[in-house]
Write a protein that binds this ligand. Structure first.
Ligand code: 13P
Ligand code: ZN
Length: 271
C-alpha cells in the first residue's frame, strides 16, 4: 500500500497549515482544519478495517456516518504539521452510530482531533446541504481580521460592506458575505450549532473577537477565501484612522458582481 505521507490530500493539507503559520494566522495551537476525504482516496493508502482506536465525538454526527476526515489534532501547532503530520493530524471515519470517530491513522502520541470538532462537523453537515461538493472547513486567527473585530461593528451587513469596499475583487470572491457570531465560549457544541446555522447561508463566519471559519470545495479555495478577507481587513486597519479620500462605490460593486456573474447579497449594498 502506498505511503499516506505521499498522498495528495496530505501534501495539500500540510502545505495549507504551513502557509497559514507563515502568515501569522495560527500562533501556538491556534486554528484547525477538517478535510472530507473520499473513501476511494483513503483506501489507496490505508486499510479501512485497521481501526487503531475509537474516540467519542461528544455529539451526534449521524448525518456524516461512514465519512472520512483528515483533521488537525487538539493542542497541536500548525508550524509542526509539516515535519510530523502523523502526530499533529489524524484520519478517522465517523462510526455508523454517528457518535464515535474510528481512527485509521495519526494522533500518534495518543492525542485526538481538535476541540472545535463540533463546529467543523456541524458546519460540514450544513455546507453539504448547500453544496454537495464542499469538503473543507477551516478555522484560523488571522491578525487583521481579528484586529478589525475590536474596532468595527460586528454587524454582518456593515462588516461585509466594509470588507467589500477594501479590495475590488472582494465582492466577487465572497459575494455571499460574511456571517458573524458574537463572542462565545469556544470548543463547545453550542458554538458548533451556531456556526453551522450561519454556514447554511455563508461560507465565511467570523467568531467575534476570536477568529474566522471558512468552508469550500478545496483547501486552496477555502484558504483563498480567508486570505481575501484578511487582505481586506488589513487594508481597513491600515486606513481606518486616516481621512478617506476615495472609495469603491456601491454602484461599482454592483457592476463588478454583475460583470462576473456572481450571486451577491443585494441587501448588503446600499442602493
Ligand atoms: P485546538 O488546538 O483544539 O484545535 O484549538 C485551537 C483553537 O483555535 C480553538 O479555537
Ligand atoms: Zn480558535
Amino acid at each position: 500500500m502506498a505511503n499516506v505521507l505521499n498522498a495528495p490530500f496530505i501534501r495539500s493539507f500540510v502545505k495549507t497549515t504551513s502557509n497559514m503559520y507563515r502568515l501569522g494566522w495560527d500562533e501556538r495551537n491556534g486554528g484547525n482544519i477538517s478535510y472530507l476525504l473520499k473513501e476511494e482516496e483513503v483506501a489507496e493508502y490505508l486499510d479501512l478495517n485497521g481501526v487503531i482506536r475509537t474516540i467519542p465525538l461528544g455529539f451526534d454526527a449521524k448525518a456524516l456516518a461512514g465519512k472520512y476526515f483528515l483533521v488537525t489534532g487538539t493542542g497541536k501547532y500548525f508550524k509542526n504539521v509539516e515535519e510530523d503530520p502523523e502526530t499533529n493530524a489524524g484520519i478517522f471515519r465517523i462510526a455508523a452510530n454517528g457518535l464515535d470517530a474510528e481512527l485509521l491513522w495519526g494522533y500518534k502520541d495518543g492525542g485526538k482531533f481538535t476541540s472545535e470538532l463540533p463546529a467543523h462537523l456541524m458546519s460540514h453537515i450544513a455546507r453539504l446541504k448547500a453544496d454537495p461538493e464542499n469538503r473543507v472547513v477551516l478555522h484560523s486567527h488571522p491578525t487583521y481580521t481579528l484586529a478589525m473585530n475590536f474596532v468595527h461593528e460586528l454587524d454582518e451587513k456593515k462588516f461585509t460592506h466594509t470588507l467589500w469596499e477594501m479590495c475590488t475583487e472582494c465582492i466577487v470572491v465572497f459575494p455571499d458575505g460574511v456571517g458573524i457570531l458574537p463572542w462565545m465560549l469556544c470548543g463547545t457544541n453550542s458554538i458548533g450549532e451556531a456556526t453551522a446555522k450561519k454556514m447554511e447561508e455563508f461560507r465565511l463566519v467570523v467568531w467575534g473577537m476570536h477568529g474566522i471559519y471558512g468552508s469550500g470545495k478545496t483547501l486552496d479555495e477555502t484558504f483563498g477565501l480567508v486570505e481575501t478577507v484578511e487582505k481586506a481587513a488589513q487594508i481597513y486597519m491600515l486606513t481606518a484612522h486616516l481621512p478617506r479620500l476615495n472609495t469603491i462605490k456601491d454602484s461599482e460593486m454592483k457592476e463588478l458582481a454583475e460583470f462576473f456573474g456572481v450571486n451577491y447579497r443585494k441587501d448588503f449594498l446600499n442602493l
